[in-house]
Design a binder for this molecule. Structure first.
Ligand SMILES: Nc1nc2c(c(=O)[nH]1)N[C@H]1C(S)=C(S)[C@@H](COP(=O)(O)O)O[C@H]1N2
Ligand SMILES: [Mo]
Length: 304
């Protein structure tokens, strides 16, 4: 039998869960095109994951909670809507364009992105600005691995991200302007904790959690972690971001988790883990002190 390294296996050949469970029954006489058409679906095993030293040892939030209590306004504004309305979301073919102030602008297919760096499992805390938090085993690699490919020019100071939007596929989209947009300073984006994410719980992302590729920025409020990314643009000045455009008084560009700076309408001092009853204190930078040097000398009450 020919054994291939994980990097050699195209994404389109990673086996859907429903298929590997019935592998023998399935493989006989199934046209390859049929298998390929199913391939970009959620819930496919991502094998050979490296463990990350950045992982927390805290209790992982149940998969059910993380996949049925979501914010993804393209699929509705209520927490239980994305898991209902995103199920048919078409994530194949998918390309991500890396462009702007770069020496080598390039479009990547999802297969190319998955092969760019070894996939690892990172167990991160993640906190929504609304006061709930989760602990999730994400799958992906540091965003810096992708950004380095583009060779940013000297003019590149920020990174702008854009989500896919199509009203035909997203008839329940509401509440904000689309497409969803986010941004980071270039040094934040290059920090090893900034994570380009393709999966969770050892499988490809379910659509409601941002399939096929999203950011996870564990030291920032959840809305910075943009889902279903199609464009990454290096730029010279601070980009406009969705929630800041909606309400600049409530949502700043930085949006670092900070228990000392309250949201104008509620305290940020505590949070509730999904699936738990009692609240717990919220930690500065969500406990990710490694990022503190990025903000040395900045007034974080002003740059909230
Ligand atoms: N494109 C897009 N990305 C998004 C959002 C959104 O509405 N659209 N919601 C954000 C918010 S407010 C949060 S808290 C997280 C939620 O991620 P999760 O549902 O996987 O927990 O996604 C963020 N990314
Ligand atoms: Mo959020």
């Amino acid at each position: 039998m020919l054994i291939r390294r994980r990097e050699d296996i195209p994404f389109s050949e990673i086996t859907p869960k429903s298929v590997y469970l019935n592998r023998r029954k399935f493989l006989a006489g199934i046209p390859p095109a049929f298998l390929a058409a199913r391939a970009a679906k959620a819930g496919m095993k991502l094998p050979g994951l490296a463990k990350s030293p950045f992982s927390t040892t805290e209790k992982i939030t149940p998969y059910k909670d993380v996949t049925t209590y979501n914010n993804f306004y393209e699929f509705g504004t209520q927490k239980d809507e994305p898991s209902k309305w995103a199920q048919g979301f078409k994530t194949s073919p998918w390309t991500v364009s890396l462009e702007g102030e770069v020496t080598r602008p390039r479009k990547f297919s999802l297969d190319e992105l998955l092969k760019l760096a070894p996939l690892e499992e990172r167990i991160y805390r993640h906190r929504c600005v609304e006061g709930w938090s989760i602990v999730v085993p994400w799958v992906g690699y540091s965003l810096s691995a992708l950004l380095q490919q583009s060779q940013p020019t000297a003019k590149a100071k920020f990174v702008e991200f854009q989500s896919f939007f199509n009203s035909g596929q997203m008839p329940h989209a509401a509440g904000i302007q689309f497409p969803y947009a986010e941004g980071l300073r270039l040094d934040e984006a290059m920090h090893p904790l900034a994570f380009l994410c393709f999966g969770m719980y050892g499988e490809t992302l379910p659509p409601q959690d941002g399939a096929p590729v999203r950011l996870v920025l564990p030291w920032k409020y959840g809305f910075k972690s943009i889902k279903s990314i199609i464009r990454i643009r290096l730029v010279g000045s601070q980009p406009a971001t969705t929630w800041n455009m909606e309400n600049s008084h409530e949502y700043g560009f930085y949006s670092n988790v900070n228990p000392h700076v309250d949201h104008p309408r509620w305290s940020q001092a505590t949070e509730r883990r999904l699936g738990e009853f009692f609240k717990r204190p919220t930690l500065m930078f969500n406990g990710y002190d490694q990022v503190a040097s990025l903000y040395a000398g900045m007034d974080l009450k002003k740059y909230f």
